[in-house]
Design a protein around this ligand. Sequence first.
Ligand code: P6P
Length: 323
Amino acid sequence: MQLLSNFLKHKKIDSELIELIDTLMLACKEIALQLREGELSGVLGISDNTNVQGETQKKLDIIANEVLKKVLLDNPLVRGVASEEEDHAVFGNPEGRFLVTFDPLDGSSNIDINVSVGTIFSILEVPPGEHEDSDSLFLQPGTQQLAAGYVLYGPHAVLALTTGDGVNMFTLAHTGDFLLTHEDVTVPSTTREFAINMSNQRYWEPAMRDYIGDLIAGSDGPREQNYNMRWIASMVAEVHRILTRGGLFSYPWDSRNPGQPGKLRLMYEGNPMSMLIEQAGGASTTCYDRIMEIQPEHIHQRVAVALGSREEVQTLMRYHQDS
Ligand code: P6P
């Protein structure tokens, strides 16, 4: 079994990027350890705080955020970080080369019921000649990402990583090493499995209601085949299933917040997951356009998401274009 850093060296990845990924994994191992202890660690449950999203923070949201911030900003390669849990970007070495965005603990509403959660991350480079610390340094389209990935804290902890040359997965061993367990991951182009929060059906655009309605009609409907549904309420777990066996995941625009394009966040959910899915041969869109081509205007900007098996995403887009 190949160690993460040896695998990346063998792929001739930039040595400073390898160092940064190793640093990120130090934080994720600490988060995995805290999670594994569960109740015994005394870190479950909610804190007294709410984040910039207006969401009540779990104690582990705060712990994960603090661990990632400290470990990353202690590395002189890092200029700054942008986190779901921070109102604005936090800066470190003014000569640092990299910018890191992250959702420290995606799906954290699942922590107290012991269902999988994950850390999602995206790595960008500081644009040349930018000497002023500002959120605007991060406002780069997803196509600019050098690397992206997640660590899924499930029955076992798995890192899914892309550096722009395919997707590989590494499992956290009891030794504390991430070992290569899945090489050149690819998403099957078709699927019979979809993931969406059906309780929002009445709030969707008609095109999404029609598309999902035809999946549910199964062999009695125009798709002429039956489909299965999943909803874990943890994007990392849904994307991991899709990278593993295909599928379609969507969190579309809905009329509960008509001024918002969607619930999920572009910089540390939409873009990193889109890079992984595209690098594995899938597609990732807003239901209309490619997510990775969006020019961000705010580090906490939201986005509608429909991603997964390429042919199924294209079918979903046809429903929306036809409407
Ligand atoms: P809902 C978790 O809070 C998250 O950001 C994603 O991981 C997940 O897919 C989605 O929101 C779940 O949202 O509305 O079903 O609770």
